[in-house]
Write a protein that binds this ligand. Structure first.
Ligand code: SAH
Length: 321
């Protein structure tokens, strides 16, 4: 009997201890619940007792008001702030891009049908790069040729531009442009501005276009013409392009529109890693070859010939002086 009583007494102690524990647990739980949910949880506690408070705390997450001072909420808030900061960063990046995207080349309706016909001829060669075809369709070639050649402005042929120089054949312009694989971020250097036509075509891809012309009157008139037509981003320099444009190097793309006896070493040096250069190589009376020069990410240079071409020679002095 005494043993039974002791037992009963022991059980009573246990019941008391468990009861006390449950009370402590309930108090702790109450404090961990955000203010606006306490009412709800209290209700549930009253009905179902503290052990049924689990669903209430599950309910916490979706119902939490923004900025509630619970840990997860704060973390979320921090995440959100970080997210906002990231967005701002991205926003800033976008703004930079927008600045670049702000460049939109001028558009000309005049003689569009002739340009479209010219583009069909280029496509017939097998050139299918739509961006290049679009660029060729957009730039008004007739604005770059002399008055006396206006009627042939969109023929697929080179035309004289004065000082014994020529504006290149449209197909060659398109093919050389295609080989450069330009993006909107490319920095491009052209050697042999001539009329400025090729430079204008390059601006259809990127606003970062630098071009060098050795004959001063050609450099001056090209600069004026490009500006007048709205190709305001092109930087024209009167100099010997053999040396490139060191201050603006490296370039992702270099296009040489006069034939050199050999590839000028300064141009190879100024080509960026991963960059591409197209250049006609060969003497004025010999067969010239259009070469593609590529510099890989390690700085290794490879070149290969693309096709036979005929360009005016790269000269080392200004014939107008
Ligand atoms: N790209 C031009 C056509 C160029 S014809 C256009 O779209 O109209 C080749 C040009 O290269 C000529 O104007 C010639 O004067 C120029 N040239 C020749 N040698 C040069 C050199 N060393 N540096 C810069 N330009 C050169």
């Amino acid at each position: 009997m005494a043993r039974e009583r002791r037992c009963a007494k022991g059980l009573g102690k246990w019941a008391l201890a468990i009861g006390a524990l449950l009370l402590v647990a309930a108090a702790l739980l109450f404090n961990s619940i955000p203010g606006d949910l306490r009412g709800e949880v209290q209700e549930e506690n009253r009905e179902g007792g503290p052990e049924e408070s689990a669903p209430a705390s599950e309910a916490e997450a979706p119902d939490r008001a923004p900025g509630e001072p619970s840990d997860p909420g704060e973390t979320q808030g921090a995440d959100k702030e970080q997210g906002d900061a990231k967005e701002e960063e991205q926003g800033a990046g976008e703004e930079e891009e927008v600045e670049e995207e702000e460049w939109s080349p001028p558009r000309f309706e005049e003689r569009q049908a002739e340009r479209d016909k010219m583009v069909r001829v280029i496509r017939a060669y097998g050139l299918a790069d739509q961006a290049v075809l679009d660029a060729m369709a957009a730039v008004p070639r007739h604005k770059f040729v002399l008055a006396k050649h206006q009627s042939h402005a969109h023929d697929d042929t080179p035309l004289p531009i004065g000082y014994g120089q020529t504006i290149s054949q449209p197909y060659i312009v398109a093919e050389m442009t295609r080989r450069l694989k330009l993006t909107k971020d490319s920095r491009v250097l052209e050697i042999g501005t001539g009329s400025g036509y090729q430079a204008a075509v390059l601006t259809e891809f990127t606003p970062q276009v630098y071009t060098i012309e050795i004959i001063k009157p050609l450099a001056d008139s090209a600069r004026r013409r490009l500006k007048g037509l709205g190709y305001t981003v092109v930087k024209v320099r009167h100099a010997d392009g053999y040396y490139g444009w060191a201050e603006e190097a490296p370039f992702d793309a270099i296009i040489v529109t006069c034939a050199a006896g050999q590839i000028p070493p300064p141009l190879i040096k100024q080509l960026a890693r991963g960059g591409r250069m197209v250049i006609p190589v060969g003497g004025p009376f010999a067969t010239q070859t259009l070469m593609l020069v590529e510099k890989d990410e390690e700085g290794k240079v490879r070149s290969r010939s693309l096709m036979g071409v005929r360009f005016v020679p790269l000269r080392r002095r200004d014939v107008s002086e």
